[in-house]
Design a binder for this molecule. Sequence first.
Ligand SMILES: *Cc1c(COP(=O)(O)O)cnc(C)c1O
Length: 374
Amino acid sequence: MATQLFVPAFRVEECLEEIRECLVKGWTGLGFKTVQFEKAWGDYTELPFSHFLSSNTVGLHLAMHLFRTKDGWVDGDEVITSPLTFISTNHAIKYCALNPVFADVDDSLCLDPADIERKITPRTKAVIFVGMGGNVGQYRRVVELCRARGLRLILDAAHMAGTRVNGVHVGGDADCTVFSFQAVKNLPTADSGMICFRDVEDDARVRRLTWLGINKDTYARTSSQGAYKWMYDVEELGFKYHGNSIMAAIGLVQLKYLDLDNAYRRQLATWYSAGLTGHNNVNVVSHSEECESSRHLFQVRLRNRDEVMLALNEHEIYPGVHYRDNTCYEMYAGGPPCPNARKISEEILSLPMHMAVTAAEVRKISELVARYAK
Ligand SMILES: *Cc1c(COP(=O)(O)O)cnc(C)c1O
């Protein structure tokens, strides 16, 4: 049997039961389950405000749009970001006519605070930190740096559903944290995400922005009976970015199993590490001691990565690469180089990581990686 990199595990009957409720009630859109899921996510993470979206990508766009308009940033202002990420992170900066400035990563594959500091200019307004594979890296120092320099901090927590530091869920100390519940993330729905702000006003404004700028409060004030539903006001140009009840129904079920699933992911990581640590040609990317990582990814660095990848494919094992250095893409080329990110991008390999991977498969995959690594 082939071993894929990611296979989402759904509790099918439970998911269908939640979805059935939506269909029977005739309520599949915004409201109903989205409200329940936001509440459940807030209870789980203890983040003060949670707003359910159609994806993480739209959440990052909203964060950029919100802070740009709120703080008065202008075209070409700079946001420091990672070249080692999914392009959503960096597209979000471009959507708002801002300029992504790439800082280098450290051995955690997350942004290196020392290089962030070097990349700060008078036009720098914000930093987007990506918690690679659920790891926090030097996030704490980045929080301190942003506070000291008056920069907005956005946490791209697409991999971090369930990551805790000292027992506290990550995200509370950023200005905005955005999660992904896309199909192959560690809390899979099909496509959705959650945006979490620290500030009540930011949350309220983004709730209007995700539904085309419609201000529901105006009709709520006009009539408690629900007449005059069309009497809302529209104060600014918003987007159609909110989540729906079908996705929320799946999310509600998946959330119940998130800690259990993440614990199994950490178990897989422990098995992989045991099989691979100490091999001269295999460099295991370890996660920070201080965090209980969601372990979305298990990554190794190999000098002959492409060769090992092909050898694994021959054995019907399909690992992945997270990520190609974004400055290799035409539209992000041309800035000052980030040598670590470039080198790492040529060496990293993500090994299969999902609920159906067994101890025996981990043993076999580790043996093959160790055998072909040069
Ligand atoms: C998956 C991912 C995204 C985008 O998430 P969507 O919910 O698919 O929009 C953004 N950043 C990172 C690091 C990701 O892995």
